[in-house]
Design a protein around this ligand. Structure first.
Ligand code: AMP
Length: 497
């Protein structure tokens, strides 16, 4: 049996060829038949570039239908898809090329790449670019590469606390089984219409949202980015929306949002960062919809979800999905009783097989018994509902994106005239958290703008601090460790209105 995820998609697409797959803003769109043919053309072009099953294809591409066809073409041809955040700078991309050793790097039309040590092709909006042109000249391949459940489908890079990104290896089986669990948990229906305003370089937009719709052969309202007004205008035509908490706070900022707009919406789902009880409450008050919060990560796709039918509790991320085992452990790795805070560990078909070319980190994070130590801290109640209480590491999540302070600090510390820095996340009404850098100058004041200018071409925009503050020294404990909790407390009101 072919366990290639695309083999399953193909049988759905064959069945529902005339249905809308992608509905594009301003009218028009792609049917499932058209999407399947485009994926087949992308697969043929990939083979033309010499991409064979197991080869990595690195992609830093904008969100448009051809980019989705590229992802599906990779699945179909057995290549390993490696999506990159579009905000990454050239220096950052060079690291991913070095690490992933891709057969092909597909980038945006017009990107000036500098020295790139691999074969490149471009995809552009409106089907410009060398890859798109080759697609338009190619016939669609119907061949779906033979893959087993364990074979890799994608490598998703997560930022590392040491500044080096780690590639989470996800197999066809991981993606397929998690999509099935989600379609069941969220009661996917034949008449569902998904609103998709998420980026497609992250598990949330690429796997969680898209796979639910693609494996159902149901339409996707495919928006290039999140724009609150545009999303509001589309709400009356959709039944399911998936987003990050920032989407919902931005929608709430629009006076027009009310129950009328979401009358036909069956479920509104939130994840990738904590949804505050305030946003949950305000959204219900304004629209009558109780947002369904779920919890996942690049390494495991989705772990837990609030129930579709039954109580959705604000501040809780719900129950482990069927097939996912979850436990809370102490520092020694022993299981803790209900109600106690500890490390969240998960095991199941959803859990990745390890970090790409990083057996040490894999061995550190995946126990011999198969449990993955997520790096999050939480507590479970008697019914099995999970609450996330914090991150074991000092990850900052701003606008749904993860920012690892260490990476930003390392970059700032290279600046002349600067002794050291500490980067923290401070509650922010729009982004969830805002990145703040505390800097210690070398006997002089460091201008905020000077630091921001310095970082502008060294770090992706979403990682750049929203505020830079001069301090005389950083608070340290007896062991010399910077006390970030103290700093977070001291500056907690920085972004308050
Ligand atoms: P990523 O690998 O980029 O998807 O980030 C995963 C991290 O996001 C998790 O380890 C959590 O710390 C956080 N996360 C995801 N969903 C939630 C949620 N619903 N509530 C709180 N944190 C979340």
């Amino acid at each position: 049996m072919n366990e290639n995820l695309y083999a399953r998609m193909r049988s759905v697409f064959d069945q529902h060829g005339s249905r809308d797959a992608l509905r594009l803003p301003g009218g028009g769109g792609w049917s499932y038949e058209v999407l399947d043919a485009a994926a087949g053309r992308a697969a043929a072009v990939l083979r033309g570039y010499g991409v064979r099953p197991g080869d990595r294809v690195l992609a830093q591409v904008d969100k448009h239908p051809e980019s989705l066809a590229l992802y599906l073409g990779c699945l179909q041809s057995g290549a390993v898809y490696v999506p990159l955040n579009t905000a990454y700078t050239h220096a950052e991309v060079a690291y991913f090329i070095e690490d992933a050793q891709p057969r092909l790097f597909v980038h945006r039309e017009g990107d000036s790449l500098g020295d790139v040590s691999c074969v490149c092709a471009s995809i552009g909006a409106g089907a410009t670019g060398s890859f798109s042109t080759a697609m338009s000249r190619s016939g669609p391949s119907r061949d779906v590469a033979q893959r087993g459940a364990e074979d890799l489908a994608a490598i998703v890079y997560t930022s590392g606390t040491t500044g080096r990104s780690k590639g989470a290896m996800l197999s066809h089986g991981n993606l397929s089984s998690n999509a099935d669990s989600l379609r069941e948990a969220w009661g996917w229906r034949d008449d569902d219409v998904l609103l998709h305003a998420l980026p497609i370089f992250h598990v949330h937009g690429l796997f969680i949202a898209l796979h639910c719709a693609l494996l159902g052969g149901t339409p996707i309202v495919f928006l290039e980015r999140f724009d609150a007004r545009e999303v509001l205008a589309h709400l009356p035509e959709i039944t399911v929306m998936m987003g990050v908490p920032t989407f919902y706070t931005r929608l709430l900022a629009l006076a027009e949002l009310d129950a009328e707009q979401v009358r036909g919406v069956r479920v509104i789902i939130s994840g990738s960062a904590p949804l505050t009880e305030q946003t949950f409450g305000e959204f219900e008050h304004r629209t009558g919809q109780r947002i369904l919060e779920r919890y996942g990560m690049s390494e495991t796709i989705i772990n837990t979800t609030n129930p579709l039918v039954g109580e959705r509790v604000a501040g809780s991320v719900g129950f482990a999905l069927p097939g996912v085992e979850m436990r809370i452990t102490d520092e020694a790795g022993s299981e803790l009783p209900c109600g106690e805070v500890g490390a969240i560990e998960v095991r199941g078909e959803n859990v990745f097989s390890g970090y790409w070319r990083n057996p040490e980190k894999t061995a550190e994070d995946i126990r011999a018994n198969g449990f993955f130590i997520t790096g999050d801290l939480g507590m479970m109640d008697r019914q099995g509902r999970l609450r996330i209480v914090g991150r074991a590491k000092d990850l900052v999540i701003s606008g749904g994106y993860n920012i690892y302070p260490k990476e930003v600090e390392a970059c700032i510390d290279e600046m002349a005239g600067l002794v050291e820095s500490a980067v923290i996340g401070i509650p922010h009404p729009d982004f969830g958290e805002g990145v703040v850098a505390l800097v210690v100058g070398d006997n002089r004041m460091i201008e905020e703008q000077q630091v921001l200018d310095y970082l502008s071409d060294r770090l992706a925009r979403f990682k750049q601090p929203k505020r830079v503050i001069n301090v005389a020294q950083l608070p340290r404990n007896a062991m010399g460790k910077v006390q970030k909790n103290e700093l977070r407390q001291q500056y907690s009101g920085l972004f308050e209105d």
